[in-house]
Design a protein. Structure first.
Length: 172
C-alpha cells in the first residue's frame, strides 16, 4: 500500500500572470498615494502658517492692550512697506518711530515651504495695534497661499482676526 500524499501541497508559488497583476495593482496604488501626498503637504503648510499667523496677531493685540503699541511687519522689507513675503516680525515699538529695530522685535516667523503672505488693506505699511487693542483703519485681509491651497485672515477695524477659506488666485 502506498502512503497517502496530499496533492494540494505540491503546487507552491504564484503564476507569472498573478505576479504581474499584483505588481501592477501595487504600482497604481503607489502613484495615487504619491499624488495625494504632493497635494497634502502644501495644504498643511498653508494651514499651519495660517494658524501661527493668527496666533501671532492675537498675541500682538493682547500685548498692545497690556504694554502699548505692537506692530506686525514684513520681515523682508521691514516696517516701511508690506509686500508679498515669507517672513513676519512682531514687536513693541518703544520709541514710537513706526519701525522695529532689532531690539524691539519680540517674535519672528518664517512661513514654511513655498507659502507666501499678502496683505490687502485699506492703508498703512505695518499692522499697528494701539493700547486699546484696535488697529485704526487697518482692516483688510492677510492671504496665505501657495500653488495648491490658500487661506485668509480677515482683520476687522477693532483688531480682531478671523480665518476663512480662500483660493490660490486671491494672492495675485
Amino acid at each position: 500500500m502506498r502512503p497517502y500524499r496530499c496533492r494540494c501541497l505540491q503546487q507552491q508559488g504564484f503564476t507569472l500572470i498573478e505576479l504581474l497583476v499584483g505588481l501592477s495593482i501595487a504600482g497604481i496604488l503607489l502613484v495615487c498615494v504619491s499624488h495625494a501626498w504632493n497635494d497634502l503637504l502644501p495644504r498643511y503648510q498653508v494651514r499651519t502658517a495660517t494658524m501661527t499667523l493668527h496666533s501671532l496677531i492675537r498675541q500682538a493685540r493682547a500685548g498692545a492692550i497690556t504694554d502699548g503699541n505692537r506692530m506686525l511687519c514684513d520681515g523682508q522689507t521691514g516696517c516701511s512697506k508690506f509686500e508679498k513675503t515669507q517672513k513676519v516680525w512682531m514687536g513693541f515699538d518703544q520709541n514710537d518711530d513706526g519701525a522695529l529695530s532689532a531690539s524691539e522685535i519680540i517674535e519672528h516667523y518664517q512661513l514654511p515651504g513655498a507659502t507666501r503672505l499678502v496683505w490687502k488693506r485699506f492703508k498703512g505699511d505695518a499692522l499697528v495695534f494701539h493700547n486699546r487693542g484696535n488697529s485704526h483703519f487697518q482692516n483688510g485681509s492677510f492671504y496665505l497661499c501657495n500653488h495648491v491651497a490658500a487661506r485668509r485672515i480677515v482683520m476687522n477695524w477693532i483688531g480682531r482676526p478671523r480665518v476663512e477659506a480662500a483660493k490660490p488666485e486671491d494672492c495675485n
